[in-house]
Structure formats: structure tokens, C-alpha cells
Design a protein around this ligand. Structure first.
Ligand SMILES: [Zn+2]
Ligand SMILES: [Zn+2]
Length: 401
């Protein structure tokens, strides 16, 4: 990994960017302690109670005005610090995620996102006296399930934000990404219990319905584009082999790389659920969670981040061909947004795996966390110091809308 101290930042505001890097380095212990604590205490979506508390504590210690909870989510945070320079300036959103994966822990490395977001905010706070505008830190729960950022958008927490910046850990370095539109779907079949041997004809089998649905989905895949995804797990499959199951439940996800195709998949999937119920004389309840959308990468912001990265000798490796989904994409429809990825693990390490989870607390992950904090802070600084960049980012946002 490149050293944070030895390298001189390039481009405009060289002295200020060196100050930001030094501020991150000075807070190294505090930032990494936060990353490691969150990694050791994984909490799933909407239940990030400890992580949110620890994040809020650090921000309060560094002079931020902290709202926690913020909006309708108990584990959401909004923390602000006003610039000391008179006049109007932008409100730059520094985001952080901190949810983990059920049964796996921090297999997506969100502990490094929480710590780097806090690190960027701390660094900016050290130069805030010379800046116009406002630093707006947003702790955003429930990325892995439920699109917490969409809930925060609906709560009005993104109103007035001029740009949103969030790093994600990866096995490669790349500034832009193209996540798939995605949604969680809960499916519950209801049938009728009976003895599986003495009177099976009295029952209506909810597990048969669920198996019929999985078979339909499996056959459907042949007709889907290579970029589309549909995958699921069985949450409840019955209680005993000698009882005809009267209730089964599954959790599916549907994904596509464009919104119209996603809409078609959503409709088709709902029809398959009804068909499985009809075929088995059961009833079905289908609940869609709310969507993560496709992403609009803001080129003005991406270019600034790329330049700041290059100053540390890190090249952009280009788009990731393996796309997941993220609710950060929803933010990209509200204000200029970037969601760059930086490597915390050797290339080829799969996401959502034990390997990636373990990588998220290694010295390499620690250095990347500090680097991400520095680059996010430096990119935010570019926007605070040069109002024409914010104007250009919004012009692009409006032209592409
Ligand atoms: Zn993630
Ligand atoms: Zn993930």
C-alpha cells in the first residue's frame, strides 16, 4: 500500500490536501479502533445499535452537532459542522454504512466504510474554520437489506445536499460502478396442515408451492439476459416430515441493469408466485421491500476523486464487471454522487464471503480505510474550495436527468 505521509498530493490546494492527510494520520488510532470494534460486533440491517452509537460518539467528540437517531430510522445519524468562512458555500454529504450480513458478519467490509466516513469528517473538521458551507455526515443504516438510504431520502435528510461521497471496500480500485436495480421480495405460502401419512389428501402443501416457485425461477433464468439476477433462500420450509406444511416462507432478490427490464422481471416474478399458489391450492403473500435503483456516476466528482487517487500512485482499474446492488444508487438520483471502490484484499477475493470478512480487519484494510478517509476528505475539499466544481456537477446532474 502507498504511504499516506510520504506522498505529496497533486493538483490544486496541495497544502490543504496535505493538511487533510495529516489530520487523518493524526486520528489513525481513533479511526481504526472504530473499524475494528464494528468488525468485532457485527449487526444486521436496521439493528446497527452499537455501531451507530460509537460513530455518533466520535463525531460529537470532534465538534459535530449530532442527531441520532435521525429521521425515522433508529440507527441513522446526521451530524453537521458549519464552515467558519463567511458567505454561502456547498453542503457536502460524507456518507457511512455500518450494517453486517446475517450469519456472516462484516463480509461486505462496511466497518471500513463507517470508519473512513468518520475519518473524512474528522479531517474536514480540522480545516473547517477556513471553509464556507457545511459538512453533513450521514450515517446510513440497512444497505444490505431494505434500502435505508431511500428511507432517509423520504425522511428529507438529503434535502439541500450538494454532493454525496461514499467509498466501498473491494478487491480492486475503481471510481465508477454500475450496480443493478434490485429489490428484496418476501414470499409466504399458506396451505393446510394434515397428517402426512394417514390423511395427506386433507392437506394443502405450502412446501410444494415453494418448490414449484423455485423450479419456475430456475427455468426462467434461461430466458433472462446475462446481466439479470434472481436468487433466493428458504426461510421456513415446514416443521416436521410427518406434517403437511401449512406455511412456508422465502426471501428472494431480483436484479437487472436497467429499470424497464427490472419492471418486467418484477411483474413476471409476481405472476410466478400466483401460479405456484394456484397449482398447489394454497394462497400466497408477496411483499416487495422497496427498490435499490441503477446508478448515475457524476463525472465531475469522479474526475476529482481519480485525480486525488493518482496523487497516491493508484490508478483507476475501470468498471467492475461483477455488479451487485446498492441504495447509494438511489442517492445518485437526488444529488451528484460518487461511490468509488478501493481494494482491501487481493484481486479475486469474492465479496460476501468469509475471506472478505477476514480481509476487512487486516493491516491492508486499515491502510485502505485511512486512504479512503483522506481521498473523500480531499475530494470534498475540492468542492468546498471551488464553487465552479459544484455548479458543474449539478449542471451534469440536470442534463442527464
Ligand atoms: Zn457493501
Ligand atoms: Zn454487500
Amino acid at each position: 500500500m502507498p504511504s499516506l505521509v510520504a506522498t505529496t498530493p497533486a493538483g490544486p490546494f496541495v497544502d490543504e490536501k496535505a493538511r487533510l492527510a495529516a489530520a487523518v494520520e493524526a486520528a489513525r488510532g481513533e479511526i481504526l479502533d472504530l473499524s475494528h470494534r464494528i468488525h468485532a460486533n457485527p449487526e444486521p440491517a436496521f439493528e446497527e445499535v452499537k455501531a451507530a452509537t460509537w460513530v455518533a460518539e466520535v463525531l460529537a467528540r470532534h465538534g459535530f452537532v449530532v442527531e441520532h437517531p435521525a429521521g425515522s430510522l433508529g440507527t441513522a445519524i446526521r451530524a453537521t459542522r458549519r464552515g467558519g468562512k463567511p458567505g454561502t458555500g456547498p453542503r457536502i454529504g460524507i456518507l457511512a454504512e455500518y450494517d453486517a450480513l446475517p450469519g456472516l458478519g462484516h463480509g461486505c467490509g462496511h466497518n471500513t466504510m463507517a470508519a473512513s466516513g468518520v475519518g473524512a469528517a474528522i479531517a474536514l473538521a480540522s480545516v473547517v474554520a477556513d471553509l464556507p458551507g457545511e459538512i453533513v455526515f450521514l450515517g446510513t443504516p440497512a444497505e444490505e437489506r431494505g434500502s435505508g438510504k431511500q428511507i432517509m431520502i423520504d425522511d428529507g435528510l438529503f434535502e439541500g445536499i450538494d454532493a454525496a461521497l461514499l467509498y466501498h471496500p473491494c478487491d480492486r480500485n475503481h471510481v465508477e460502478s454500475h450496480p443493478l436495480a434490485s429489490e428484496d421480495v418476501d414470499v409466504v405460502f399458506t396451505g393446510k396442515q394434515s397428517h402426512a401419512s394417514s390423511d395427506p389428501w386433507m392437506g394443502r402443501n405450502a412446501l410444494d408451492a415453494l418448490i414449484a416457485l423455485f423450479v419456475s425461477v430456475g427455468l426462467w433464468r434461461q430466458q433472462l439476459r446475462p446481466t439479470a439476477r434472481v436468487h433466493g433462500i428458504i426461510r421456513e420450509g415446514g416443521t416436521a416430515a410427518n406434517i403437511i406444511p401449512d406455511r412456508t416462507a422465502a426471501w428472494f432478490m431480483i436484479r437487472a441493469d436497467n429499470e424497464p427490464e427490472y419492471e418486467r422481471m418484477r411483474e413476471r416474478f409476481a405472476v410466478m408466485c400466483q401460479a405456484a399458489a394456484q397449482a398447489t391450492d394454497t394462497t400466497v403473500e408477496v411483499t416487495f421491500s422497496g427498490r435499490a435503483s441503477t446508478m448515475r456516476n457524476n463525472q465531475v466528482l469522479a474526475e476529482r476523486f481519480r485525480t486525488n487517487m493518482a496523487a497516491y500512485g493508484i490508478a483507476d482499474q475501470g468498471d467492475d464487471p461483477n455488479a451487485g446492488s446498492t441504495d447509494m444508487a438511489n442517492v445518485s438520483w437526488v444529488c451528484p454522487t460518487i461511490h468509488p471502490d478501493l481494494a482491501i484484499a487481493p484481486e479475486g477475493t469474492p465479496g460476501h464471503s468469509i475471506l472478505f470478512r477476514d480481509a476487512a480487519a487486516t493491516p491492508q484494510a486499515d491502510e485502505t480505510t485511512l486512504l479512503a478517509a483522506t481521498l473523500i476528505a480531499q475530494t470534498a475539499y475540492d468542492l468546498f474550495a471551488d464553487p465552479t466544481l459544484v455548479e458543474a456537477a449539478w449542471r451534469e446532474f440536470r442534463e442527464k436527468a
